[in-house]
Design a protein around this ligand. Structure first.
Ligand code: HEC
Length: 127
């Protein structure tokens, strides 16, 4: 009887510990440092949060989909190139270059996401 009681206590303590531990999952996300940018000239105060959202997503997506081919090593540092506006505005960016066919397939990078990457590349400060 006595041992049964202790066993049940142990089970209850164990369960409580499990619940407590599951509540305090450690967040291991690395905070994203936003690359310096300039707002578009025509952005309104109300439009700024939306711009920041798209720019942030664009920065992340660029890192995933483009950096491996386009970043250049400059003085031992990996740098994002300064694409010109015409280079970025080209709507055929997906199909124009053979090396884009795979990484830029619509299923891999939907139009909305490509748009965000372009927002990032367009408004990031030039180096
Ligand atoms: C597999 C490698 C690869 C990936 C991934 C890739 N590109 Fe490219 N991209 C190229 C190559 C190769 C060219 C042709 C120009 C050249 O030879 O540098 C090019 C050309 C371009 C150009 C035209 C300007 C120029 O340098 O001639 C732009 C703009 C561009 N890429 C943007 C992107 C963006 C944005 C992404 C991510 C969504 C991306 N690329 C992903 C390889 C890649």
């Amino acid at each position: 009887m006595n041992t049964l009681y202790t066993r049940m206590q142990l089970v209850i303590i164990g369960l409580l510990l499990l619940i407590i531990l599951s509540q305090c999952k450690v967040k291991k996300e690395i905070p994203l440092v936003l690359f310096p940018f300039d707002y578009p000239e025509d952005v309104t105060e109300a439009g700024k949060p939306d711009f920041i959202k798209n720019y942030t997503k664009g920065q992340v997506l660029y890192g995933i989909h483009c950096a491996k081919c386009h970043n250049q090593m400059v003085d031992g540092k990996s740098e994002i190139p300064n694409f010109s506006l015409p280079q970025l505005m080209d709507y055929e960016i997906r199909i124009q270059y053979p090396s884009h066919q795979d990484p830029m397939r619509e299923t891999n990078l939907p139009a909305e996401e490509l748009e965000q990457v372009i927002t990032f590349l367009r408004y990031k400060r030039k180096s």
